[in-house]
Design a binder for this molecule. Structure first.
Ligand code: NAP
Length: 261
């Protein structure tokens, strides 16, 4: 028996990284899964890995397209009880170098895309009397980073949207959020660099390694399931402990601790 038997799920950004891993995990837990991505070919490959499932090619920042996607998926799957608003894009550059277009794209996909997903799915879930929505934010939305101002701000907005929606749609729906730390996916491939850089990311993470898409997918599956039946409005970091406050004094404290061994 799976954690999500009898559920119907829609995952955005399903063709790659965390979205792909989430589709596989939700399916493994028994849910029927529909895949939405702007890249239809990538989503179709993942659908094949799942053994089938509706594929919707859409841009999450297009409200009408999201409404249509939700209606279509619910008709094909026989309802919709889970929505994972995962699609996101990023960039790294000084704040003053972002063009309007770059700013709009980042904010539109993360913030407007999450808003569009909730707006499209919530009425149908409320009518059905149950539903769980999980949004994908980032630790950058909790502890903003250099070079990622529009991304960090849009991910902070995703946390706020989660909390507003949890208040508005309880007690019928649960709305939660995960904030991944550094996770190895195509999005972060340019950051990983050579073996030395990668090893330093591993070393600086309290759990000793960069995360995997599966690490995030399993927490999303948990939040979607009845195991989290009394959890709503939370933002759960999935970051190997990297948000823990330590970097400023870490070297000094490690040296002192090693003397007391
Ligand atoms: P990814 O591997 O780049 O996958 C994202 C998927 O979303 C891609 O298939 C992408 O298609 C699709 N997509 C992009 N824009 C879209 C749009 N407008 N409408 C529909 N689909 C769209 O990224 P990931 O690393 O798995 O990230 C997934 C989520 O986790 C994002 O929200 C990201 O911000 C968040 N996150 C990731 C990390 C990390 O370290 N990886 C950390 C914190 C948070 P294209 O490839 O064609 O663009």
């Amino acid at each position: 028996m799976g954690l999500l038997d009898g559920h119907q799920a829609l995952v955005t950004g399903a063709g790659s990284g965390i979205g792909r891993a989430t589709c596989l995990r939700l399916r493994q837990e028994g849910a029927l899964v529909a895949l939405l991505d702007i890249d239809g070919e990538a989503a179709a490959v993942v659908a094949e890995e799942l053994g089938g499932g509706p594929v919707v090619v859409a841009d999450v920042s297009d409200g009408e397209a999201m409404d249509a996607a939700v209606q279509r998926v619910a008709a094909e799957l026989g309802g919709l009880t889970i929505l994972v608003n995962n699609a996101g894009v990023g960039a790294v550059k000084p704040l003053h170098r972002y063009s309007d277009r770059e700013y709009d794209r980042i904010v539109d996909v993360s913030m407007r895309g999450t808003f569009n997903g909730i707006r499209a799915a919530a009425p149908m879930m409320l009518e059905a009397g149950r539903g769980s929505i999980v949004n994908v934010s980032s630790i950058s939305g909790m502890r903003p980073t250099r070079g990622e101002a529009p991304y960090a701000a849009s991910k902070a907005a995703v946390i706020a949207l989660t909390q507003s929606a949890a208040l508005e749609y309880g007690p019928i729906l649960r709305v939660n959020c995960v904030s991944p730390g550094l996770i190895e996916t195509p999005l972060t491939a340019p950051l990983m660099g050579d073996e030395k850089t990668r090893a330093s990311f591993d070393r600086k993470t309290p759990l000793g390694r960069v995360g995997t898409a599966e690490d995030v997918a399993s927490v999303i599956a948990f939040l979607c399931s009845d195991m989290a039946a009394y959890v709503t409005g939370i933002n759960l970091p999935v970051d190997g402990g990297s948000l823990l406050p330590s970097s400023q004094v870490e070297g000094v404290l490690t040296a002192i601790l090693s003397l007391s061994d």
